[in-house]
Write a protein that binds this ligand. Structure first.
Ligand code: S3P
Length: 452
Protein backbone atom coordinates (compact mmCIF):
# COMPACT_ATOMS: atom_id res chain seq x y z
CA UNK A 1 0.00 0.00 0.00
CA UNK A 2 1.07 3.53 -0.67
CA UNK A 3 2.58 4.93 2.50
CA UNK A 4 5.02 7.58 3.58
CA UNK A 5 7.75 4.95 3.87
CA UNK A 6 7.46 3.40 0.43
CA UNK A 7 9.12 4.72 -2.72
CA UNK A 8 6.84 7.00 -4.68
CA UNK A 9 6.35 7.01 -8.45
CA UNK A 10 6.02 10.57 -9.73
CA UNK A 11 3.90 11.13 -12.83
CA UNK A 12 3.69 14.04 -15.22
CA UNK A 13 0.72 15.16 -17.31
CA UNK A 14 1.28 17.49 -20.26
CA UNK A 15 -0.81 19.40 -22.79
CA UNK A 16 -2.77 16.84 -24.81
CA UNK A 17 -4.61 16.55 -28.11
CA UNK A 18 -8.30 15.60 -28.25
CA UNK A 19 -9.34 12.66 -26.03
CA UNK A 20 -11.47 10.09 -27.81
CA UNK A 21 -12.84 6.63 -27.12
CA UNK A 22 -15.18 4.61 -24.92
CA UNK A 23 -14.04 3.26 -21.57
CA UNK A 24 -15.44 1.64 -18.44
CA UNK A 25 -13.84 3.06 -15.33
CA UNK A 26 -13.44 0.62 -12.38
CA UNK A 27 -16.33 -0.45 -10.17
CA UNK A 28 -17.97 1.79 -7.60
CA UNK A 29 -15.92 1.90 -4.41
CA UNK A 30 -18.88 2.48 -2.07
CA UNK A 31 -20.90 -0.37 -3.56
CA UNK A 32 -17.88 -2.72 -3.70
CA UNK A 33 -17.18 -2.32 0.04
CA UNK A 34 -20.82 -2.92 0.85
CA UNK A 35 -21.11 -5.97 -1.43
CA UNK A 36 -18.23 -7.65 0.41
CA UNK A 37 -19.49 -6.76 3.88
CA UNK A 38 -23.14 -7.62 3.31
CA UNK A 39 -22.14 -10.71 1.32
CA UNK A 40 -20.18 -11.79 4.40
CA UNK A 41 -23.36 -11.44 6.50
CA UNK A 42 -25.55 -13.43 4.11
CA UNK A 43 -26.23 -17.11 4.14
CA UNK A 44 -24.90 -18.59 0.91
CA UNK A 45 -22.72 -17.43 -1.96
CA UNK A 46 -22.92 -13.94 -3.45
CA UNK A 47 -21.34 -13.45 -6.86
CA UNK A 48 -20.13 -9.91 -7.36
CA UNK A 49 -19.35 -8.74 -10.89
CA UNK A 50 -17.42 -5.55 -11.61
CA UNK A 51 -15.93 -5.35 -8.12
CA UNK A 52 -13.40 -2.54 -7.74
CA UNK A 53 -10.05 -4.26 -7.29
CA UNK A 54 -8.47 -1.17 -5.77
CA UNK A 55 -6.44 -1.25 -2.57
CA UNK A 56 -9.29 0.05 -0.39
CA UNK A 57 -11.69 -2.69 -1.42
CA UNK A 58 -9.00 -5.39 -1.26
CA UNK A 59 -8.43 -4.32 2.35
CA UNK A 60 -12.13 -4.91 3.06
CA UNK A 61 -11.94 -8.32 1.36
CA UNK A 62 -9.00 -9.23 3.61
CA UNK A 63 -10.92 -7.98 6.66
CA UNK A 64 -14.01 -10.13 6.03
CA UNK A 65 -11.76 -13.10 5.27
CA UNK A 66 -9.99 -12.55 8.59
CA UNK A 67 -13.41 -12.79 10.26
CA UNK A 68 -14.37 -16.15 8.85
CA UNK A 69 -16.18 -15.26 5.61
CA UNK A 70 -14.68 -16.22 2.26
CA UNK A 71 -14.24 -13.48 -0.32
CA UNK A 72 -12.19 -14.42 -3.35
CA UNK A 73 -11.71 -13.68 -7.01
CA UNK A 74 -13.37 -16.15 -9.38
CA UNK A 75 -10.36 -17.48 -11.25
CA UNK A 76 -12.58 -19.04 -13.92
CA UNK A 77 -14.96 -16.12 -14.52
CA UNK A 78 -15.03 -15.13 -18.20
CA UNK A 79 -14.99 -11.42 -17.38
CA UNK A 80 -12.51 -9.89 -14.94
CA UNK A 81 -13.30 -8.48 -11.52
CA UNK A 82 -15.80 -11.19 -10.62
CA UNK A 83 -15.67 -12.25 -7.01
CA UNK A 84 -17.60 -14.55 -4.78
CA UNK A 85 -18.36 -14.09 -1.12
CA UNK A 86 -19.43 -16.98 1.04
CA UNK A 87 -21.13 -15.48 4.06
CA UNK A 88 -21.46 -16.57 7.66
CA UNK A 89 -24.99 -15.26 8.23
CA UNK A 90 -26.15 -12.39 10.47
CA UNK A 91 -24.05 -12.31 13.65
CA UNK A 92 -21.95 -15.22 12.36
CA UNK A 93 -18.54 -13.62 11.85
CA UNK A 94 -15.70 -14.66 14.16
CA UNK A 95 -12.90 -12.84 15.93
CA UNK A 96 -9.87 -12.07 13.74
CA UNK A 97 -6.54 -13.43 14.98
CA UNK A 98 -4.53 -10.38 14.08
CA UNK A 99 -4.62 -6.61 13.69
CA UNK A 100 -6.55 -5.57 10.56
CA UNK A 101 -4.80 -3.06 8.31
CA UNK A 102 -7.38 -1.10 6.31
CA UNK A 103 -4.74 0.87 4.40
CA UNK A 104 -6.18 4.16 3.11
CA UNK A 105 -9.84 3.11 3.36
CA UNK A 106 -12.00 5.46 5.44
CA UNK A 107 -15.22 3.84 4.26
CA UNK A 108 -13.74 0.38 4.80
CA UNK A 109 -12.71 0.96 8.39
CA UNK A 110 -15.76 2.94 9.49
CA UNK A 111 -18.20 0.43 8.04
CA UNK A 112 -16.22 -2.54 9.37
CA UNK A 113 -16.36 -0.95 12.83
CA UNK A 114 -20.14 -1.07 12.49
CA UNK A 115 -20.00 -4.73 11.49
CA UNK A 116 -17.76 -5.63 14.44
CA UNK A 117 -19.84 -3.52 16.85
CA UNK A 118 -22.74 -5.88 16.17
CA UNK A 119 -20.74 -9.02 16.93
CA UNK A 120 -19.56 -10.52 20.21
CA UNK A 121 -15.87 -10.18 19.31
CA UNK A 122 -12.85 -7.93 19.55
CA UNK A 123 -10.94 -6.54 16.58
CA UNK A 124 -8.14 -4.01 16.22
CA UNK A 125 -7.94 -1.77 13.15
CA UNK A 126 -5.07 0.28 11.80
CA UNK A 127 -4.32 2.01 8.50
CA UNK A 128 -1.82 4.14 6.61
CA UNK A 129 -0.65 7.59 7.74
CA UNK A 130 -3.67 9.25 6.12
CA UNK A 131 -6.24 6.94 7.73
CA UNK A 132 -4.54 7.24 11.13
CA UNK A 133 -5.16 11.02 11.00
CA UNK A 134 -8.90 10.74 10.25
CA UNK A 135 -11.58 11.15 12.93
CA UNK A 136 -13.29 7.97 14.11
CA UNK A 137 -15.34 9.60 16.89
CA UNK A 138 -18.19 10.14 14.46
CA UNK A 139 -18.75 6.36 14.26
CA UNK A 140 -17.66 5.36 17.75
CA UNK A 141 -20.20 7.74 19.41
CA UNK A 142 -23.34 6.00 18.06
CA UNK A 143 -21.78 2.53 18.15
CA UNK A 144 -20.99 2.99 21.87
CA UNK A 145 -24.66 3.68 22.43
CA UNK A 146 -25.35 0.33 20.81
CA UNK A 147 -23.08 -1.34 23.37
CA UNK A 148 -19.69 -1.51 21.62
CA UNK A 149 -16.51 -0.29 23.34
CA UNK A 150 -13.57 1.45 21.67
CA UNK A 151 -9.99 2.07 22.72
CA UNK A 152 -7.95 4.16 20.33
CA UNK A 153 -5.29 6.84 20.30
CA UNK A 154 -5.95 10.27 21.74
CA UNK A 155 -8.58 12.16 19.77
CA UNK A 156 -10.31 8.96 18.68
CA UNK A 157 -7.68 7.99 16.11
CA UNK A 158 -6.53 4.63 14.75
CA UNK A 159 -5.08 2.20 15.69
CA UNK A 160 -8.24 1.34 17.54
CA UNK A 161 -9.67 -1.74 19.23
CA UNK A 162 -13.38 -2.44 19.00
CA UNK A 163 -15.08 -4.71 21.48
CA UNK A 164 -18.39 -5.55 19.87
CA UNK A 165 -21.65 -5.96 21.78
CA UNK A 166 -22.85 -9.46 22.62
CA UNK A 167 -26.41 -8.09 22.47
CA UNK A 168 -26.31 -4.88 20.40
CA UNK A 169 -29.02 -2.38 21.27
CA UNK A 170 -31.19 -0.94 18.53
CA UNK A 171 -30.98 2.85 18.73
CA UNK A 172 -32.39 5.93 17.09
CA UNK A 173 -29.56 8.22 16.05
CA UNK A 174 -29.70 11.70 14.54
CA UNK A 175 -26.50 12.24 12.53
CA UNK A 176 -24.68 15.44 13.55
CA UNK A 177 -22.96 15.52 10.11
CA UNK A 178 -24.40 14.34 6.80
CA UNK A 179 -22.27 11.20 6.43
CA UNK A 180 -23.16 8.00 4.60
CA UNK A 181 -20.30 6.27 6.39
CA UNK A 182 -21.75 7.00 9.83
CA UNK A 183 -25.28 6.12 8.73
CA UNK A 184 -23.98 2.85 7.28
CA UNK A 185 -21.91 1.94 10.34
CA UNK A 186 -25.03 2.28 12.55
CA UNK A 187 -27.18 0.27 10.13
CA UNK A 188 -24.55 -2.46 9.82
CA UNK A 189 -24.40 -2.81 13.62
CA UNK A 190 -28.20 -2.69 13.68
CA UNK A 191 -28.43 -5.77 11.46
CA UNK A 192 -27.69 -7.90 14.50
CA UNK A 193 -29.75 -5.87 16.99
CA UNK A 194 -33.10 -7.26 18.15
CA UNK A 195 -35.49 -4.46 17.14
CA UNK A 196 -35.59 -1.41 14.91
CA UNK A 197 -32.47 0.71 14.37
CA UNK A 198 -33.19 4.20 13.04
CA UNK A 199 -30.89 6.85 11.62
CA UNK A 200 -32.07 10.39 10.88
CA UNK A 201 -29.90 12.32 8.47
CA UNK A 202 -29.98 16.12 8.20
CA UNK A 203 -29.45 15.91 4.43
CA UNK A 204 -29.87 12.80 2.28
CA UNK A 205 -26.60 10.96 1.67
CA UNK A 206 -25.75 8.06 -0.64
CA UNK A 207 -28.14 5.20 0.07
CA UNK A 208 -26.21 2.19 -1.22
CA UNK A 209 -26.35 0.46 2.17
CA UNK A 210 -30.14 0.77 2.29
CA UNK A 211 -30.49 -0.40 -1.33
CA UNK A 212 -28.24 -3.39 -0.82
CA UNK A 213 -29.81 -4.38 2.50
CA UNK A 214 -33.13 -4.54 0.67
CA UNK A 215 -31.51 -6.42 -2.21
CA UNK A 216 -30.44 -9.12 0.27
CA UNK A 217 -33.89 -9.30 1.87
CA UNK A 218 -33.85 -6.91 4.86
CA UNK A 219 -36.73 -4.55 5.58
CA UNK A 220 -35.63 -0.93 5.38
CA UNK A 221 -38.09 1.95 5.41
CA UNK A 222 -37.36 5.57 4.52
CA UNK A 223 -39.47 8.57 5.46
CA UNK A 224 -38.85 12.25 4.75
CA UNK A 225 -39.66 14.17 7.93
CA UNK A 226 -39.24 17.74 9.20
CA UNK A 227 -36.04 16.63 11.01
CA UNK A 228 -34.60 15.01 7.92
CA UNK A 229 -34.61 11.63 6.27
CA UNK A 230 -35.48 8.81 8.68
CA UNK A 231 -34.15 5.37 7.79
CA UNK A 232 -35.27 2.35 9.81
CA UNK A 233 -33.99 -1.20 9.64
CA UNK A 234 -35.66 -4.19 11.25
CA UNK A 235 -32.87 -6.09 12.97
CA UNK A 236 -31.91 -9.74 12.64
CA UNK A 237 -33.22 -10.25 9.12
CA UNK A 238 -32.23 -13.33 7.25
CA UNK A 239 -29.90 -12.00 4.59
CA UNK A 240 -29.99 -14.28 1.59
CA UNK A 241 -27.10 -14.30 -0.88
CA UNK A 242 -27.91 -12.78 -4.27
CA UNK A 243 -25.69 -11.64 -7.13
CA UNK A 244 -24.55 -8.02 -7.24
CA UNK A 245 -23.47 -6.13 -10.38
CA UNK A 246 -21.28 -3.21 -9.38
CA UNK A 247 -21.64 -0.21 -11.74
CA UNK A 248 -18.68 1.91 -12.81
CA UNK A 249 -17.89 4.53 -10.17
CA UNK A 250 -19.21 8.02 -10.97
CA UNK A 251 -16.56 9.39 -8.63
CA UNK A 252 -13.87 7.81 -10.86
CA UNK A 253 -15.70 8.60 -14.12
CA UNK A 254 -15.67 12.28 -13.11
CA UNK A 255 -11.92 12.50 -13.91
CA UNK A 256 -12.00 11.43 -17.60
CA UNK A 257 -15.35 13.21 -17.89
CA UNK A 258 -13.92 16.58 -16.86
CA UNK A 259 -10.78 15.90 -18.91
CA UNK A 260 -12.99 15.37 -21.99
CA UNK A 261 -14.88 18.61 -21.29
CA UNK A 262 -11.65 20.59 -21.02
CA UNK A 263 -9.42 19.20 -23.78
CA UNK A 264 -10.61 20.80 -27.05
CA UNK A 265 -12.10 18.42 -29.61
CA UNK A 266 -12.64 15.56 -27.15
CA UNK A 267 -15.48 13.05 -27.44
CA UNK A 268 -15.47 10.34 -24.75
CA UNK A 269 -18.05 7.77 -23.68
CA UNK A 270 -18.00 6.42 -20.12
CA UNK A 271 -19.77 3.09 -19.91
CA UNK A 272 -22.03 1.63 -17.20
CA UNK A 273 -21.74 4.58 -14.81
CA UNK A 274 -23.76 4.36 -11.59
CA UNK A 275 -26.15 7.32 -11.53
CA UNK A 276 -27.69 7.07 -8.08
CA UNK A 277 -29.27 10.52 -7.66
CA UNK A 278 -27.56 10.90 -4.29
CA UNK A 279 -24.20 10.61 -6.09
CA UNK A 280 -24.90 12.56 -9.27
CA UNK A 281 -24.50 16.17 -8.05
CA UNK A 282 -21.41 16.56 -10.23
CA UNK A 283 -23.52 16.10 -13.37
CA UNK A 284 -26.03 18.74 -12.21
CA UNK A 285 -23.19 21.16 -11.53
CA UNK A 286 -21.28 20.54 -14.75
CA UNK A 287 -24.48 20.93 -16.76
CA UNK A 288 -25.18 24.24 -15.00
CA UNK A 289 -21.68 25.24 -16.11
CA UNK A 290 -22.67 24.47 -19.70
CA UNK A 291 -21.31 20.94 -20.13
CA UNK A 292 -22.69 18.67 -22.85
CA UNK A 293 -23.24 15.29 -21.20
CA UNK A 294 -25.63 12.83 -22.88
CA UNK A 295 -27.12 9.97 -20.86
CA UNK A 296 -27.47 6.84 -23.01
CA UNK A 297 -29.13 3.49 -22.35
CA UNK A 298 -30.42 4.25 -18.83
CA UNK A 299 -31.22 1.03 -16.93
CA UNK A 300 -31.25 -0.47 -13.43
CA UNK A 301 -28.78 -3.03 -12.04
CA UNK A 302 -28.93 -4.54 -8.54
CA UNK A 303 -31.21 -1.75 -7.36
CA UNK A 304 -29.01 1.06 -8.72
CA UNK A 305 -29.56 3.26 -11.82
CA UNK A 306 -26.84 2.89 -14.48
CA UNK A 307 -26.20 4.50 -17.90
CA UNK A 308 -23.46 5.41 -20.39
CA UNK A 309 -22.33 9.05 -20.47
CA UNK A 310 -21.14 10.69 -23.68
CA UNK A 311 -19.18 13.86 -23.14
CA UNK A 312 -17.93 16.36 -25.69
CA UNK A 313 -15.56 19.25 -25.04
CA UNK A 314 -16.97 22.75 -24.79
CA UNK A 315 -16.71 26.02 -22.91
CA UNK A 316 -17.78 26.17 -19.24
CA UNK A 317 -18.93 29.10 -17.16
CA UNK A 318 -18.53 29.67 -13.41
CA UNK A 319 -21.44 28.91 -11.06
CA UNK A 320 -22.23 28.87 -7.35
CA UNK A 321 -22.51 25.32 -6.00
CA UNK A 322 -24.83 25.45 -2.98
CA UNK A 323 -23.93 23.74 0.31
CA UNK A 324 -27.03 21.49 0.11
CA UNK A 325 -25.56 19.80 -2.94
CA UNK A 326 -22.32 18.82 -1.18
CA UNK A 327 -23.36 15.33 0.01
CA UNK A 328 -24.29 14.30 -3.55
CA UNK A 329 -20.86 15.22 -4.93
CA UNK A 330 -18.63 15.24 -1.87
CA UNK A 331 -15.77 13.37 -3.57
CA UNK A 332 -15.97 15.39 -6.78
CA UNK A 333 -14.86 18.82 -5.53
CA UNK A 334 -11.19 18.30 -6.43
CA UNK A 335 -12.03 17.61 -10.08
CA UNK A 336 -14.76 20.28 -10.10
CA UNK A 337 -12.16 22.80 -8.95
CA UNK A 338 -10.07 21.83 -11.99
CA UNK A 339 -13.08 22.34 -14.29
CA UNK A 340 -13.64 25.71 -12.58
CA UNK A 341 -10.04 26.71 -13.30
CA UNK A 342 -10.80 26.66 -17.04
CA UNK A 343 -14.34 28.08 -16.86
CA UNK A 344 -15.30 31.65 -17.67
CA UNK A 345 -15.65 33.61 -14.40
CA UNK A 346 -15.89 32.60 -10.77
CA UNK A 347 -17.02 29.26 -9.35
CA UNK A 348 -17.97 29.37 -5.71
CA UNK A 349 -18.21 26.04 -3.83
CA UNK A 350 -19.91 26.22 -0.44
CA UNK A 351 -20.44 23.93 2.54
CA UNK A 352 -17.11 22.14 2.18
CA UNK A 353 -16.07 21.66 5.82
CA UNK A 354 -16.09 17.86 5.37
CA UNK A 355 -13.37 18.13 2.72
CA UNK A 356 -10.91 18.92 5.48
CA UNK A 357 -11.22 15.38 6.91
CA UNK A 358 -11.00 13.31 3.73
CA UNK A 359 -7.91 11.31 2.69
CA UNK A 360 -6.16 14.69 2.99
CA UNK A 361 -7.38 18.22 3.71
CA UNK A 362 -8.75 18.55 0.21
CA UNK A 363 -9.75 22.18 0.56
CA UNK A 364 -6.19 23.17 1.40
CA UNK A 365 -4.68 20.76 -1.15
CA UNK A 366 -6.77 22.14 -4.02
CA UNK A 367 -6.13 25.75 -3.06
CA UNK A 368 -2.37 25.12 -2.78
CA UNK A 369 -2.06 23.12 -6.00
CA UNK A 370 -4.20 25.45 -8.11
CA UNK A 371 -2.30 28.51 -6.87
CA UNK A 372 1.00 26.77 -7.71
CA UNK A 373 -0.33 26.19 -11.25
CA UNK A 374 -1.13 29.90 -11.64
CA UNK A 375 -4.88 29.69 -11.00
CA UNK A 376 -6.57 32.40 -8.92
CA UNK A 377 -8.17 30.76 -5.90
CA UNK A 378 -9.54 31.79 -2.51
CA UNK A 379 -9.73 29.26 0.32
CA UNK A 380 -12.22 29.95 3.11
CA UNK A 381 -12.87 27.87 6.23
CA UNK A 382 -15.61 25.94 4.39
CA UNK A 383 -15.60 27.30 0.87
CA UNK A 384 -13.45 27.60 -2.23
CA UNK A 385 -13.68 30.24 -4.93
CA UNK A 386 -11.86 29.57 -8.18
CA UNK A 387 -11.52 32.24 -10.86
CA UNK A 388 -11.41 30.51 -14.23
CA UNK A 389 -9.26 31.38 -17.22
CA UNK A 390 -12.11 31.19 -19.74
CA UNK A 391 -10.45 28.30 -21.56
CA UNK A 392 -6.96 29.82 -21.75
CA UNK A 393 -4.37 27.30 -20.49
CA UNK A 394 -3.23 28.16 -16.96
CA UNK A 395 0.55 28.23 -16.46
CA UNK A 396 1.04 24.82 -14.78
CA UNK A 397 4.70 23.88 -14.43
CA UNK A 398 4.38 22.83 -10.78
CA UNK A 399 4.78 19.69 -8.66
CA UNK A 400 1.86 18.74 -6.44
CA UNK A 401 2.31 16.75 -3.23
CA UNK A 402 -0.40 14.11 -3.16
CA UNK A 403 -0.21 13.35 0.56
CA UNK A 404 -1.73 9.84 0.14
CA UNK A 405 -4.84 11.25 -1.55
CA UNK A 406 -5.87 9.45 -4.75
CA UNK A 407 -8.32 12.14 -5.84
CA UNK A 408 -5.83 14.98 -5.44
CA UNK A 409 -3.45 12.94 -7.64
CA UNK A 410 -6.02 12.41 -10.41
CA UNK A 411 -7.38 15.97 -10.29
CA UNK A 412 -3.95 17.48 -10.89
CA UNK A 413 -3.08 15.02 -13.65
CA UNK A 414 -6.24 16.18 -15.42
CA UNK A 415 -5.23 19.82 -14.89
CA UNK A 416 -1.85 19.07 -16.49
CA UNK A 417 -3.59 18.06 -19.75
CA UNK A 418 -4.71 21.66 -20.26
CA UNK A 419 -1.91 23.80 -18.78
CA UNK A 420 0.88 25.53 -20.73
CA UNK A 421 3.56 23.51 -18.97
CA UNK A 422 3.17 19.99 -17.56
CA UNK A 423 1.98 19.32 -14.01
CA UNK A 424 3.80 16.71 -11.94
CA UNK A 425 2.40 14.75 -9.01
CA UNK A 426 4.88 13.30 -6.53
CA UNK A 427 3.05 9.99 -5.94
CA UNK A 428 1.20 8.18 -8.70
CA UNK A 429 0.79 5.04 -6.57
CA UNK A 430 -1.85 6.74 -4.39
CA UNK A 431 -4.36 6.30 -7.22
CA UNK A 432 -4.44 2.52 -6.64
CA UNK A 433 -6.81 3.24 -3.76
CA UNK A 434 -9.78 3.77 -6.07
CA UNK A 435 -8.62 3.78 -9.69
CA UNK A 436 -5.90 1.27 -10.52
CA UNK A 437 -4.87 1.82 -14.15
CA UNK A 438 -5.94 5.48 -14.27
CA UNK A 439 -2.82 6.62 -16.13
CA UNK A 440 -3.07 3.79 -18.70
CA UNK A 441 -6.78 4.40 -19.30
CA UNK A 442 -6.19 8.11 -19.82
CA UNK A 443 -3.24 7.38 -22.14
CA UNK A 444 -5.57 5.13 -24.14
CA UNK A 445 -7.92 8.09 -24.63
CA UNK A 446 -4.99 10.18 -25.87
CA UNK A 447 -3.80 11.88 -22.69
CA UNK A 448 -0.12 12.72 -22.35
CA UNK A 449 0.58 11.17 -18.92
CA UNK A 450 3.95 9.56 -18.30
CA UNK A 451 6.39 8.43 -15.61
CA UNK A 452 9.31 10.75 -15.11
C1 S3P B 1 -18.67 7.15 1.35
C2 S3P B 1 -19.17 8.27 1.94
C3 S3P B 1 -18.52 9.60 1.85
C4 S3P B 1 -17.47 9.64 0.75
C5 S3P B 1 -16.60 8.41 0.74
C6 S3P B 1 -17.45 7.17 0.52
C7 S3P B 1 -19.40 5.87 1.50
O1 S3P B 1 -17.89 9.87 3.09
O2 S3P B 1 -16.66 10.79 0.88
O3 S3P B 1 -15.62 8.48 -0.28
O4 S3P B 1 -19.12 4.92 0.75
O5 S3P B 1 -20.27 5.80 2.37
P1 S3P B 1 -18.69 10.53 4.33
O6 S3P B 1 -19.71 9.57 4.77
O7 S3P B 1 -17.65 10.77 5.37
O8 S3P B 1 -19.25 11.81 3.80
Amino acid sequence: MSDANTTKTPLRAGPSGALTGAVRVPGDKSISHRALMLGALCVGETRVTGLLEGEDVLATAAAVNAMGARAERYASAPDGNTWRVIGCGVGGLSEPENVIDMGNAGTGVRLMMGVVAGHDMTATFTGDASLCRRPMGRVTAPLERMGAKFTGRDGGLLPMTVKGAAEPLPIEYALPVASAQVKSAVLLAGINAPGVTTVVEPQPTRDHTENMLRWFGAEVTVQDTARGRRISLIGRPELVARDVAVPADISSAAFPLVAALLVPGSDVTLKDVGLNPLRAGILTTLREMGAEIAVLGAREEAGEPVADLRVTAGPLKGVTVPAERAPSMIDEYPILAVAAALAEGETRMEGLEELRVKESDRLAAMARGLAAAGVKVEEGPDYLVVTGSGGKPPRGGCTVTVDLDHRIAMAFLVLGLVTEQPVTIDDGDAMATSFPGFAAMMQGLGADIADI
